[in-house]
Ligand binder design. Sequence first.
Ligand code: ADP
Length: 362
Amino acid sequence: MEKSAPAKNKQESVVPIANQDAAAQLQKIRSALLALRDAVILLNEDDGLEWWNQAAQSLLSLQPEDKGQSIFNFITVPAFRQYYEDTTLPNDGIHIESWRDPSRYLKCELTPFGDEKLLFIYDVTRLQHLEQMRQDFVANVSHELRTPLTVMTGYLENFTDQPDMPPHWRRGFELMTQQTARMNRIVNDLLLLSKIEIEETHEFNHIDMTKLLTNIYDDAQAYNQAYKHTIHLQIDTYDGLYGSEMYLNSALSNLVINAIKYTPKGGNITISWTRTSDGCRFAVEDDGLGIAPEHIARLTERFYRIDKGRSRATGGTGLGLAIVKHVLHQHEAHLQIDSIEGTGSTFSVVFPDAYVRSAVAN
Ligand code: ADP
């Protein structure tokens, strides 16, 4: 008969099995990370290389003796350092050109945990090419549509002006004129969007915001004639901005015109410009239709409209807020939408200090 092992020995034999399991699992995870086609690098608190997989090894030509070296010795692209050091940037990664082969695009994504960081580098060349094709396609189609639209608009105007036009044709011609005008607006907005997407910055200059907002207010009053809202302009600071006057004029006007369009007649609209602790805030507040919460996150998508009929009736293209988003992005600012359906909305944006030009300095 076999002797049973003493109790102490029994315990000892259990622990090593658990350890073996954990070690085997760790080994599996390590092998999986090593086999990943995307580069994975573990960085220590001093930004030094701690561990990396095979994809990272070939991407950065790493040698075992590189352990501990700073990541910035290997990825020298300035935009990467900025992304790495600026913790305020939204953490959805950064796209950079490959430093070894400029025809390839990489996406770097940093995930901090404790004092260390995990860096993923993906090859996004195909995605970047598709995005480029999309941008070129939209820009080319919009451009090509301009000439036929100009010809059609011209002839429609000529025909509509004829005093001897048969009365039963008039309504048809009016509708054709309205719809070509709408197509013109869509094409112009698409072209503007393409331009903004391609340009990193558009002739940035010092902007006198008091002047810009007064002009926007005057234009809004002209547009407001049919709506009869009460519009207030509240300027609390003379601070201006460093940016693209043309694009900002277009974006901020868009927010004001929307407030007018989506507020039932006789409403109240306040446009404001104020100093905050971290920049300057532009806001448009209305007591109009408001927006249900499920729509808010999607409003800046191209052609996203809550009520298509209403948007068309008010001459909307569905591209206004997409333009606003891109223009604000150029100025490192984000659109904030606060709204209660049936009560009203506030569209606001804080321009960071780096883009604010104090009134004294101007
Ligand atoms: P549109 O040309 O249709 O106005 P936008 O991109 O400017 O396109 O706006 C997208 C949608 O957001 C609009 O169709 C409208 O439904 C909604 N919207 C925008 N501004 C407001 C507002 N101030 N109040 C209520 N709804 C708004």
